[in-house]
Design a protein around this ligand. Structure first.
Ligand SMILES: [Zn+2]
Length: 310
């Protein structure tokens, strides 16, 4: 399942290829993906110009000058590739392909910008991805978009915003980070990595982000900064790997090699100053990886009674 950094990397790859280009032709090679393609989709967008590509959580949003927006999701195995229509087999400037089998090319969009012809292809072997369309003015109320939490890469996201969003929750930090209604687009991998970077235990109760008087502690600032930093570094790594491997048809490898705790059960802690060993626990059916030596469960001392009871 692609996480937010991969979706953002795809957005940054598609944007220069598609922005300002006119949609000349749309080919749907089957009737549905996870959902049926919207009726009349090809006719509705043919002739329109792409005015911008943005992202909300893990949804790619293609805004076109007819006042419509395409909502695209990569599902489990979806990928987009950009190529020139003149040289079909030559990879283009952006190549986010996991599967080169043409049988899984479900949607092909031919675009034109000046003398430049651009082919954008959606490939998805497992077909959990989808493309929908909505009036841009109604986008915020769309069932998939309405109720999504704040963007962790947005300007408004900081320790204060995180603390306010988590206030009153009676869950663990890990569960709160994964709650898409609070913060959008953080998946299991980056929740684990951010907690490690902030030195906070995944099972720490959310209310321990507050000081004894109920105000925000430095832990909330540290966690927000860690979320931003972990996502930003993953996007950087993804971007550079895509550039390095743009002529390869293989799987994207960037999210396999730069983790501090995720998938590293039993390995030494990545902090040189720490002699801890990475542990795995299951929380709400998802694996949490953490270092029990340097990730704290919170600064407040338990009462002696609670310690004895445990
Ligand atoms: Zn450690």
């Amino acid at each position: 399942m692609p996480e937010l950094p991969e979706v953002e990397t795809v957005r940054r790859g598609l944007q220069p290829a598609m922005e300002g280009a006119m949609i000349r032709e749309v080919r749907l090679n089957r009737a549905d993906l996870r959902f049926p393609f919207p009726p009349g989709l090809a006719a509705r967008i043919t002739g329109a110009t792409v005015t911008g590509i943005t992202r909300r959580a893990k949804y790619l949003l293609w805004h076109i000058d007819t006042g419509d927006t395409l909502i695209a999701h990569l599902g489990m195995s979806g990928s987009w590739r950009v190529s020139s229509t003149e040289a079909d087999d030559t990879p283009g400037r952006f190549h986010h392909s996991r599967n080169a089998a043409r049988a899984h090319d479900h949607l092909e969009i031919m675009l034109q910008r000046g003398a430049e012809n651009i082919l954008v292809t959606y490939n998805d072997p497992r077909r959990f991805g989808f493309v929908l369309i909505e009036r841009t003015a109604a986008l915020a109320a769309h069932p998939l978009i309405a109720g999504i939490g704040m963007e962790p890469l947005g300007n408004a996201f900081d320790g204060d915003a995180l603390f306010a969003a988590f206030a009153g929750r009676r869950t663990s930090l890990k569960a709160a980070l994964l709650d898409q209604k609070l913060i959008a687009g953080i998946g299991n991998i980056y929740a684990c990595e951010a907690l490690f970077a902030a030195r906070l235990h995944p099972e720490m109760p959310v209310d321990r982000l507050a000081r004894a008087d109920g105000t925000k502690s430095a832990k909330a600032d540290a966690l927000a900064a860690a979320v931003r930093d972990v996502l930003a570094r993953a996007i950087e790594a993804g971007g550079s790997t895509l550039r390095d491997h743009r002529q390869a048809d293989g799987e994207l490898g960037y999210f396999q090699h730069s983790f501090s705790v995720y998938g590293r059960e039993g390995e030494a802690c990545a902090r040189a100053s720490c002699d801890g060993v990475v542990k795995r626990v299951v929380q709400n059916g998802r694996s949490s990886f953490f270092c029990p030596s340097c990730q704290t469960k919170g600064g407040r001392l338990r009462t002696p009674k609670a310690v004895n009871a445990g």
